[in-house]
Design a binder for this molecule. Structure first.
Ligand code: 13P
Length: 238
């Protein structure tokens, strides 16, 4: 079966209730592209309300705890996300790996917790600028995959080179193609696993990136906060 395209928006720590009007516009575009899956990961405070109006758009969390419940003040479990209407959750985003010191082992246990709660984890990997300059990009991403992936292959991978996130820089088309092929060859169920690219995906570069054989979609940050930009990226899917 052909892998479907998935265009995912990660709102990060942005969005108030008033931002939800924007969902309607996205829903109408998502409805007109039945060949493309659309996912939005708003902040946790908006998941419940977003899920109620999302229509064909899937709703995701941006992180979950690795335990189902317990004394973990401020954390949110995968089951809670599911209960609020999410069907997916991003785990191992580089901002969580950096800001919260999350290791690949922890990311794997979060992905397992997500699967146990019935969510699809979107597992993020990606090298830093210095690692790429040192020629270590594949080694770093390979190690992240080794340590972050659960045994159950029901997950999505997002390759997000850290230096391309929020900087307006994108990896070259050749580098994206090479890294996605490398990632696919290192996955236990490579032919059937969706691999997204993330890092300054915008309407003007989306078509080129999304047309690559091993790119099955995008994980979009900044441009997912603007309805016109995000819908243009959905429309750019081949
Ligand atoms: P930008 O699209 O803002 O670079 O963010 C990418 C990202 O981190 C998505 O998770």
């Amino acid at each position: 079966m052909a892998r479907r395209m998935l265009i995912a928006g990660n709102w990060k720590m942005n969005g108030l209730r008033q931002s939800l009007v924007f969902f309607e516009e996205i829903c109408s575009i998502a409805g007109s592209r039945s060949d493309v899956d659309v996912l939005l990961a708003p902040p946790a405070t908006l998941i419940f309300s977003a899920a109620e109006i999302a229509g064909p758009v899937k709703i995701g969390g941006q992180d979950c705890h690795n335990h189902p419940s317990g004394a973990h003040t401020g954390d949110i479990s995968a089951e809670m996300l599911r209960d609020a209407g999410a069907s997916c959750v991003i785990v191992g985003h580089s901002e969580r790996r950096a800001d919260h010191g999350e290791s690949s082992d922890l990311v794997r246990s979060k992905a397992e917790a997500a699967q146990a709660a019935g969510l699809i984890p979107v597992i993020c990997v990606g090298e830093s600028e210095s690692e790429r300059r040192a020629g270590k990009a594949e080694a770093v991403v390979g190690a992240q995959l080794d340590q972050s992936l659960p045994e159950n292959t029901a997950y999505v991978i997002a390759y997000e080179p850290v230096w391309a996130i929020g900087t307006g820089l994108t990896a070259s088309i050749e580098d994206i193609a090479a890294m996605h092929a490398f990632i696919r060859s290192n996955l236990p169920d490579g032919p059937n696993t969706q691999i997204l690219y993330g890092g300054s995906v915008k309407p003007d570069n989306a078509a080129d990136i999304l047309s690559l054989t091993d790119v099955d979609g995008a994980l979009v940050g900044g441009a997912s906060l603007k309805a016109a930009d995000f819908t243009a990226i959905i429309a750019a899917a081949p």
